[in-house]
Design a protein. Structure first.
Length: 326
């Protein structure tokens, strides 16, 4: 019996770090419940396609090789374009490849030291923006620092965690239940608030916090002037995810900011036993103070299905949420 009623959602998801895919390299991956082939062309572009050759079923990621801008099958050398997915060349014949000789391809964007692929159940082109974070290219900020986790849960359960304000007190030991301003701009949800970071010496630092969610798997978080990070929760299948976090911090605050990174990473360890052993409750018994969980679930619905939303979800009203219930 499945713990969750959701298919793999639509959106942008990291499938590799950029430094894991050298020019001319082919590597296998398994995401979205599918076997994939990742490769980097001779000109340096990352590509993602379904793994199995439509000719006779060979796995393109095992023994396949990059030929210029194309991916060559290890079985009969059929060569596929990573953008259209079409077979463009069969070297042992002068016959034109069949128009049916196509592997599914995924739009790709490289940012923040990560390779992102666009997944859509119906194969639609991307319609959710990617975040822009200039500090990742700023010489006064560090190169990305990566942390990865593999967890037996789904994207929606992890994303809902941010709307469950009360757990921050009882799971993570915060002194008070946090709140913040939440707003929706189409497919993007933004939460802003002021948080306090307590050092080991007991000193308290006020921090301006902004988190933007670009669908259910991609987030961009800033602690103003202290740390920025991108979070990708990539579905392996309907019940497992691969999380990649990419952090950057100001060189001038490296020591302090690295403590902040450790705080975020350690917090995940506190959540994992709950995520991996809970089930989704479709009609939860919520009570005043639980946070904007139902509002989040209404927003999340637009990221499923084979169609394209006619218009992004708009909340019936936007309000200040300080643990005030739903």
């Amino acid at each position: 019996m499945s713990r969750f009623p959701f298919p793999v959602p639509n959106g942008w998801f990291a499938v590799a770090r950029s430094d894991e895919l050298a020019v001319g390299e082919v590597r296998p991956a398994h995401y979205f419940g599918r076997d994939l082939a990742l490769f980097r062309t001779a000109s340096g572009d990352a590509r993602v396609v379904d793994a199995y050759c439509p000719h006779l079923g060979a796995n393109l990621a095992h023994g396949g090789r990059v030929t210029g801008e194309l991916l060559e099958c290890p079985f009969h050398a059929w060569r596929f374009d990573g953008v259209s997915g079409r077979c463009l060349d069969v070297p042992y014949t002068d016959a034109e490849p069949s128009p049916k000789a196509v592997v599914r391809s995924y739009p790709v964007v490289e940012r923040f030291g990560l390779v992102f692929a666009w997944h859509h159940l119906g194969g639609a082109e991307p319609y959710i923006d990617m975040p822009v974070m200039e500090e990742f290219d700023d010489e006064e900020w560090t190169d990305p620092v990566f942390h990865e986790f593999e967890i037996a849960t789904c994207c929606q359960e992890m994303a809902e965690n941010n709307a469950d304000y009360v757990h921050f007190k009882y799971v993570h030991g915060m002194d008070t239940v946090p709140g913040g301003e939440v707003g929706y701009d189409g497919f993007v949800k933004t939460v802003t608030e002021r948080q306090e970071f307590r050092s080991r010496s007991g000193k308290v630092y006020p921090l301006d916090f902004t988190r933007k969610s670009y669908g259910l798997g991609l987030g961009a978080l800033r602690l103003k002037g202290v740390m920025s990070f991108v979070s990708s929760v990539t579905p392996v299948d309907e019940e497992h995810v691969h999380i990649r976090w990419a952090f950057t911090v100001p060189e001038s605050m490296r020591d302090f900011s690295e403590k902040m990174i450790r705080t975020f990473v350690d917090a995940v360890a506190e959540d994992i036993p709950i995520w991996e052993n809970k089930v989704y409750v479709e009609k939860p018994l919520l009570i005043r103070g639980d946070g904007p969980i139902i509002e989040f679930r209404h927003w999340a619905r637009q990221f499923y299905g084979e169609g394209v939303p006619e218009r992004p979800w708009v909340p019936p009203r936007v309000r200040r949420l300080e643990g005030s219930g739903v």
